[in-house]
Design a protein around this ligand. Structure first.
Ligand code: KG4
Ligand code: ZN
Length: 330
């Protein structure tokens, strides 16, 4: 079995996965959303302290598996450096205590692997990765290799939901809250413009849209619940239209050779996004695949799933060689 740890942002999670069957035997996650909610975003120092409390608690619960552990896997990049360190330090200590090798896992590869926690991997695929830090379209060749076809120039898709929620005083994380408000709103009330619409650039940008929302909020002055819902609906419509517009350009080039399209990352839980991407896939005759809802946001099960593939190639890292790398790859 592999014991995997995830602590790149505000979720403390540990999983145990059986190597031969790829079966998830244990999985627990303690989310810090409530504690960060009053600040409207993740406070890194607070997050690190909460990981230091939560990770040992979860570890206690899976002690019975320790005898069968063959390797320890941990997210080491990208993410918040102070929170990554919590997971990496625990992973190193476990490697020493159990005398087992260490596997370093890139969080993005973890999100891609979330698709295959309950089924075998299918490649190649075009993947839309939408999380709190990333908005990318990738040509994923296998568990280990991918090519970035488009990235965001500034904010990410998920982050823009968080910021809109913050401006409207709705709490954190903004994604699910804005989506709920949007269901009750009129998406045509505010005519926000789609970012980079007249540009040939295959890239994403969300900072301008965020500004358009800020100006709309300022022009209203005092907002009632319906105003908030209308802003959320109008914003979500354009945020998703932007993803669809640029992704469509990519599919024109790739859909002849690649028949699978996937969406991964925390924001892949968004139902409106799923519906719009599904119709795009139908247009290009592609099959859309998704992870189960419980594995869309950060979790250690996806880290364990990737680690199984790395284990078969003995892709281990020395305890003094593992690097914590916070850098987001654009
Ligand atoms: O992958 P994830 O759990 O953490 C990172 O790796 O960043 O993604 C979290 C992001 C947050 O920005 C959150 O607001 C967004 O995903 N998110 C959503 C939804 N659920 C989560 N965005 C839009 N709609 C949602 N339903
Ligand atoms: Zn993530």
């Amino acid at each position: 079995m592999i014991l995997s740890i995830e602590s790149s942002c505000d979720d403390s999670s540990i999983a145990i996965t059986e190597i031969e069957t790829k079966k998830l035997l244990f999985h627990k996650k303690i989310s810090q959303e409530l504690q960060h909610s009053k600040y409207g975003g993740v406070v890194p120092e607070l997050a690190a302290r909460l990981h230091a409390e939560a990770l040992p608690k979860i570890l206690e619960e899976c002690k019975t598996y320790f005898d069968g552990i063959k390797a320890i896997a941990v997210t080491n990049e990208p993410g918040l450096s102070v929170t990554l360190v919590e997971g990496v330090t625990m992973a190193k200590a476990l490697c020493i205590a159990l005398d087992k090798p260490l596997i370093a896992v890139n969080h993005l590869k973890g999100h891609i692997s979330s698709l295959f926690i309950e089924k075998d991997g299918v490649f190649p695929m075009i993947t839309l990765l939408v999380s709190g830090g990333h908005t990318q379209v990738l040509n994923v060749k296998n568990f280990f290799e991918y090519e970035i076809l488009a990235s965001t120039l500034d904010d990410s898709f998920g982050e823009s939901f968080d910021k809109v929620a913050k401006m409207l005083g709705l709490g954190y994380p903004g994604g699910p809250i804005v989506e709920e408000y949007a269901k009750k709103g009129d998406e045509s009330r505010f005519a926000f413009t789609t970012p980079l619409y007249n540009s040939n650039r295959i890239a994403f940008s969300y900072s301008g849209l965020k500004n358009q929302v800020r100006l709309a909020i300022e022009s209203l002055g005092i907002l009632n619940e319906q105003d908030k819902a209308d802003i959320c609906a109008s914003f979500q419509k354009v945020a998703v239209a932007h993803l669809v517009h640029k992704t469509k350009k990519i599919l024109k080039e790739y859909s002849e050779d690649i028949s699978i399209f996937s969406i991964v990352g925390g924001a892949s839980a968004n139902e409106y996004l799923r519906r719009e991407i599904l119709s795009l896939c139908e247009e290009f005759n592609m099959e859309m695949i998704l992870a189960s809802l419980q594995y869309c946001s950060d979790n250690a099960a996806m880290i364990g799933r990737y680690a199984i593939e790395a284990y078969t190639f003995k892709d281990f890292v020395g305890l003094s060689d593992i690097k914590v790398n916070p850098k987001i790859i654009r």
